[in-house]
Write a protein that binds this ligand. Structure first.
Ligand code: 16G
Ligand code: ZN
Length: 537
């Protein structure tokens, strides 16, 4: 009864806006920040319940809308593992976010608590760690989340301040593993493991050229700036840190660079040939680019998630080849958006290439099936997962082998990579450090790395439709099952082009249907994408 009274009281503070209809979607709730108080408050309640359900394990709650415009915001939940909220709880998230009256909300919660047998009012309460990106709306939304958490009896919400999304996921994971879990620990871990990998580079005499970083005017630029002084063998110049009037995600950031294939603001012809990296607004995506020397325009040569994946795969494979004994299972995971040339390249390396649906939670799940699973979306979100059993094997080997042997070095590199790279989610900071160390290891420039394979020309279009749910795809998203007959029509278009490939899918984050196409020339792919978009309209 006290519990119900507490919910009813706090609920009145956050009336739901008229007509609001939200869905947890690919990556939590997102929308215009002004409309989100009630949603964030309710997700606060959910995360407290999630913690109670899992024996008071620490849950993370991140307030961000990633690469979306600054006036938007959003919220997503990190499970104790540091991964995304279990998909089994998503329907409950949808229900409570859309509950129209306080009475309905409380009754949904009561039913759910009973069904899931969640122990409210036990000795141990819930623990929820809250983080937010640099959006101005973040602070008041964070307060709403705190009130949501605290309205579940005995629960504590802890404000961890402004963080990148992957930092919060990393901290939650570390905390629940009983490891050191502050932001400082996160930074320290990056520095030590990076320096360990640098020390393992064979005859490293390379003059390291400067890396230019586009911070998207968001939290990532700020955080890498804090790290900069402690990184040896890395010369960084960070731009778009969000001072000097730059606006978050406006003409800057990984999403912009990847979609438009032009330089972000603050970069230009003066930077010809330089190695550049771009983060998105909450620093869970990373792409590289350079301005080609023959350029007289804003166009860049893009090295996207697929290229980063290929570089990582090559390096990991090289280390695994140096190991004797047990055959290890290395797999890579891509989505339908992966450039066909990257898939060909990875297969030609002899790798097992699997496909998953768009959205990190799907790729992550697949990658976890391997000893080492590397996943990346073309948009730059990805990481490397090491299975617990394979990692213990490596650690044991590292102890047994003779120091200084090639095999010992390879094992040490793999162990260091497993610590450097964020095992919870894709992380632009740790991803950048790994790219940098591998380039130094190989002695490669960004141009040389780019030559691993040549991207097929591709094109993305978004089509506004009255109801995007009318499009239903197969689980791999490469074929449309509904509307009936549309796939046959798409196939007929594809047939007209050399190396043609195209698919449509409803967006999980916006009210649009997305069209993706690939073909042997840019003119061909533009025309293919356009005709497929016509079919959708
Ligand atoms: C979200 C996903 C991202 C995916 C994108 C697709 C996470 C953390 N983020 O940003 O992985 O690529 O949605 O958006 O899962 P779409 O459904 O609008 O194409
Ligand atoms: Zn993001």
């Amino acid at each position: 009864k006290t519990q119900i009274a507490s919910l009813l009281k706090s609920c009145d503070l956050f009336p739901i806006p008229q007509g609001l209809k939200l869905s947890y979607g690919t990556a939590g709730f997102r929308g215009d920040a002004k409309l989100l108080d009630s949603t964030v408050y309710r997700v606060g309640i959910l995360s407290a319940l999630r913690s109670l359900k899992l024996g008071s394990a620490t849950i993370g709650l991140m307030i961000t809308a990633s690469h979306n415009q600054i006036s938007d915001n959003g919220i997503k939940v990190s499970d104790p593992s540091g991964g995304m909220l279990s998909q089994e709880w998503e329907p409950f998230a949808d229900q409570i976010a859309n509950a129209y009256s306080p009475g309905e909300l409380v009754s949904l919660i009561t039913q759910f608590v009973e069904k899931e047998e969640i122990p409210i009012g036990d000795k141990n309460g819930a623990v929820v760690w809250l983080g937010r990106d640099t959006r101005p709306s973040g602070e008041s939304l964070l307060r709403a989340a705190e009130i949501g958490v605290s309205s579940v009896l005995g629960s504590v919400a802890i404000d961890m301040g402004i963080l990148t999304t992957p930092q919060l996921h990393w901290m939650v994971r570390a905390k629940n593993k009983g490891l050191k879990a502050t932001e400082n620990d996160y930074f320290e871990n990056l520095c030590t493991t990076f320096s360990c990998l640098i020390d393992l580079i064979p005859n490293n005499k390379l003059e390291v050229s400067k890396l230019l970083v586009d911070g998207a005017n968001g939290v990532g630029g700020e955080k890498i700036e804090m790290l900069k002084g402690s990184l040896k063998n890395l010369d960084l110049e960070i731009r778009n840190i969000g001072r000097d009037g730059g606006v978050l995600n406006e003409g800057v950031g990984a999403d912009f660079v990847q979609k438009e294939k032009v330089v972000p603001l603050g970069f230009g012809l003066n930077d010809v040939g330089m190695r550049c990296a771009s983060f998105d607004g909450d620093a869970d995506r990373l792409v590289y680019f350079y301005v080609p020397s023959n350029s007289d325009s804003e166009k860049v040569e893009l090295l996207d998630g697929d290229k980063i994946l290929s570089l990582f795969a090559l390096f990991i494979k090289e280390q695994l080849n140096a190991l004797e004994g047990k055959h290890s299972r290395l797999g890579v995971v891509q989505t339908a958006y992966a450039n066909g040339a990257s898939t060909d390249y990875l297969k030609q390396l002899g790798l097992d290439v699997a496909f998953a649906k768009t959205g990190v939670k799907h790729l992550h799940e697949k990658a976890a099936e391997y000893d080492i699973g590397i996943y990346f979306e073309a948009n730059g979100h990805g990481t490397i997962l090491f299975s617990e059993s394979f990692l213990s094997l490596l650690v044991a080997k590292q102890k047994d082998l003779t120091q200084g042997s090639e095999e010992h070095k390879a094992v040490s590199r793999l162990v260091a990579v497993s610590n450097l790279i964020n095992q919870a989610v894709g992380d632009a900071l740790s991803g950048l450090l790994l790219v940098e160390v591998i380039l130094q290891h190989m002695g490669w420039s960004i141009q040389k790395w780019n030559e691993l394979y040549k991207d097929l020309p591709s094109r993305q279009i978004k089509v506004e439709v009255p109801d995007r749910t009318a499009v239903v795809t197969t689980s791999s998203e490469t074929e449309a099952l509904k509307p009936l007959g549309i796939q046959d029509a798409i196939n007929a278009e594809i047939k007209k082009y050399l190396r043609g490939r195209a698919f449509i899918r409803p967006s999980g984050t916006e009210d649009v249907v997305r069209v993706y196409a690939e073909a042997s020339t840019q003119e061909a792919v533009d025309s293919l994408a356009k005709s497929v978009a016509q079919l959708v309209k």
